[in-house]
Design a binder for this molecule. Structure first.
Ligand SMILES: Nc1ncnc2c1ncn2[C@@H]1O[C@H](COP(=O)(O)OP(=O)(O)OP(=O)(O)O)[C@@H](O)[C@H]1O
Length: 228
C-alpha cells in the first residue's frame, strides 16, 4: 500500500532530511515512526500525503507514484489519506459539526449523507453532545478528537498523524490512542510519528526508527528505544 524505494529528500535550502529510505507498509498496519528531533520523521510523513515529493527515489501510494501524479489529481490521492496534526488545525469560526462537514462538502456529498456521516464520526470520538460548540470552547483533547473525526469522515484508507499527542497531557493522550486503536481495528492503515515513549512501549506495534534521514530500526511489536 505504501512503498518507498531509496528515497532521498533534500530541501531547497540544502538540508538533506532523508538519505535513502526503503520501506513497505501494508494495508491495515499500525506503525509508529520514532527518532530524535530533526531525524526526518515529519518529512517521511509529508511524502506519504504528497505534501513533499522525493528528490530522488520512488514513493508509491496504492501503486500511484507521487512524483508522477499531476497536480490536478493530488486531491484524489489526499481523499484516501486522513491527516492529524499536533496543533489540530481546526477552522476557528466554524462549529465542531461544520469543521467535520466541510471535508465532505468540498467533495460534494449529498446533505443527507453529510449529516449521517458527521454524526457517525462524532459518535466514534464521543463528541455528539458538542456538535454546535466552537473549537475555542473545547479542551485540547476534545479539539484533537474533532480533528481525528474530520480526518476519517470520508473513510480514508490511511490515517497519518504527526505528533498528535504532543500538546496533550498523558491521560488525554490515552483517550486519543483509544480512538486510533478503534480506527485501526476497522482496517485503516495507521502511521503515527511520536516522541511518546510511554505510548509506543505500551502499544507494541511496528516501530520504524529514523536517525539522520535513514531507517536504523524496523521492528514488529517494537519499543520506543530512546530515553526521551
Ligand atoms: N521545509 C523545509 N525546508 C528546509 N529544511 C527543512 C524543512 N522541513 C524540515 N527541514 C529540515 O529537515 C530535517 C528533518 O526535519 P523533520 O521535520 O523531518 O524532522 P523530525 O524528525 O520530524 O523532527 P521533530 O521530531 O523535531 O519534529 C531537519 O534538519 C529540518 O530542519
Amino acid at each position: 500500500m505504501i512503498v518507498m524505494k531509496d528515497v532521498h529528500k533534500k530541501y531547497p535550502n540544502g538540508v538533506t532530511a532523508l538519505n535513502g529510505i526503503t520501506v513497505n507498509i501494508d494495508k491495515g498496519e499500525f506503525v509508529y515512526v520514532v527518532g530524535p528531533s530533526g531525524a526526518g520523521k515529519s518529512t517521511f510523513i509529508k511524502l506519504i500525503y504528497r505534501e513533499e515529493k522525493p528528490t530522488t527515489g520512488i514513493v508509491k501510494i496504492n501503486n500511484i507514484n507521487t512524483s508522477e501524479l499531476k497536480e490536478k489529481n493530488v486531491p484524489y490521492l489526499r481523499r484516501k489519506i486522513g491527516v492529524v496534526f499536533q496543533d489540530f488545525k481546526l477552522l476557528p469560526k466554524l462549529s465542531v459539526y461544520e469543521n467535520i462537514a466541510f471535508a465532505l462538502e468540498v467533495i460534494e456529498e449529498s446533505p443527507r449523507n453529510i449529516r449521517k456521516r458527521v454524526m457517525e464520526v462524532l459518535d466514534l470520538v464521543d463528541l455528539k453532545n458538542k456538535a454546535r460548540f466552537l473549537p475555542s470552547e473545547l479542551s485540547g483533547g476534545e479539539q484533537q478528537r474533532v480533528s481525528i473525526a474530520r480526518a476519517i469522515v470520508n473513510k480514508p484508507e490511511i490515517v497519518i498523524a504527526d505528533e498528535p499527542t504532543g500538546n496533550l497531557d498523558p491521560e488525554t493522550s490515552w483517550e486519543i490512542m483509544r480512538v486510533f486503536e478503534e480506527i485501526s481495528e476497522r482496517g485503516t492503515t495507521m502511521i503515527m510519528a511520536t516522541h511518546s515513549k510511554e505510548i509506543v512501549n505500551k502499544m507494541k506495534k511496528r516501530v520504524i526508527a529514523i536517525e539522520d534521514g535513514i531507517i536504523v530500526r524496523d521492528e514488529s511489536r517494537g519499543d520506543y528505544g530512546y530515553e526521551n
